[in-house]
Design a protein around this ligand. Structure first.
Ligand code: SAH
Length: 258
């Protein structure tokens, strides 16, 4: 495999899962950003039903649960992440109203029109943004909210190196106005949108990886795939440092209108 051009999709899923299970979160974000996004959502009470799709081990879900009433169901494809999620919920005494389920965000285990809020940080790319926002709307009540983060370009033009890296990893990456128009067209009113601050990447995503990479590598001695995965993740951090003015994650908060 050519490390320069390999993408995360080239790696064994179990290896990726092991790598990310050493971390509290599996994508860029922070408790402050989660709380800020939640601030735009009105009317939640203890009867509210909330889904966190692509929840991972539940870093952001636990923050959400500590700042809002209601019942929260986290859904993730990986049983290992859901095991960690439910352990986190128990540790924080949240297990009565916060539950993790193994499931597919492309076929979420909810009744149509039943949810007050769909949350999803750094995960909708797995089903594609346009597809995901349409699909998930069917599970929201009228007036229900969608809050998610999505990778976006910050300008119309960017250097070829970062353009090619992202288009290969996620061809649907686009500018903020394009994503907003897609939300509006899909039947949402956009209530707010903000760019995740740099520390969501540096302090909360890349720095913890730097700490756990030696442990991960020692769990896979002389394993080329594991070494290559770490190299790939280090390259992602270097590219972010070099090109962060051109792209980042953006929080979108939107309300179902029709
Ligand atoms: N929301 C978490 C995790 C983001 S990483 C955080 O911000 O920390 C993306 C997550 O999506 C991973 O946990 C991955 O296992 C999950 N995932 C990928 N495809 C999925 C699918 N089809 N259905 C549910 N979860 C999926």
């Amino acid at each position: 495999m050519n490390n320069e051009n390999s993408s995360i999709y080239d790696f064994d899923l179990n290896l990726i899962c092991d790598y990310f299970s050493l971390l509290q979160r599996q994508g860029p974000g922070s408790p402050e950003a989660t709380v800020k996004a939640l601030d735009f959502i009105k009317g939640l009470d203890e009867d509210s039903l909330i889904a966190d799709l692509g929840c991972g081990s539940g870093g952001q879900t636990m923050t959400l649960a500590q700042h809002t009433p209601g019942k929260i169901t986290g859904v993730d494809l990986f049983p290992k992440f859901i095991g960690m999620f439910n352990q986190n919920a128990r540790r924080l005494g949240l297990e009565k109203r916060v539950q993790g389920l193994v499931g597919d965000m492309g076929n979420p285990p909810f009744e149509p029109g039943s949810l007050d809020l769909v949350w999803s940080e750094g995960a909708i790319y797995n089903v594609g943004f346009e597809n995901g926002i349409k699909l998930w709307k069917t599970f929201l009540k009228a007036g229900g909210y969608l809050a998610l983060t999505e990778a976006c370009w910050f300008s119309e033009e960017r250097p070829a190196e970062i353009h090619n890296f992202w288009v290969d990893a996620y061809p649907e990456i686009d500018t903020i106005p394009v994503k907003m128009a897609q939300l509006q067209k899909a039947g949402y009113a956009v209530k707010a949108c903000f760019v995740l601050p740099e520390n969501c990447w540096t302090e909360h995503f890349f720095a913890p990886q730097k700490k756990t990479q030696p442990l991960f590598l020692s769990n896979y001695p002389s394993n080329e795939m594991a070494e290559s995965l770490v190299k790939n993740m280090r390259r992602e951090a270097e590219l972010y440092d070099k090109y962060k003015e051109y792209y980042g994650y953006v929080f979108f908060i939107a309300q179902k209108t029709v």
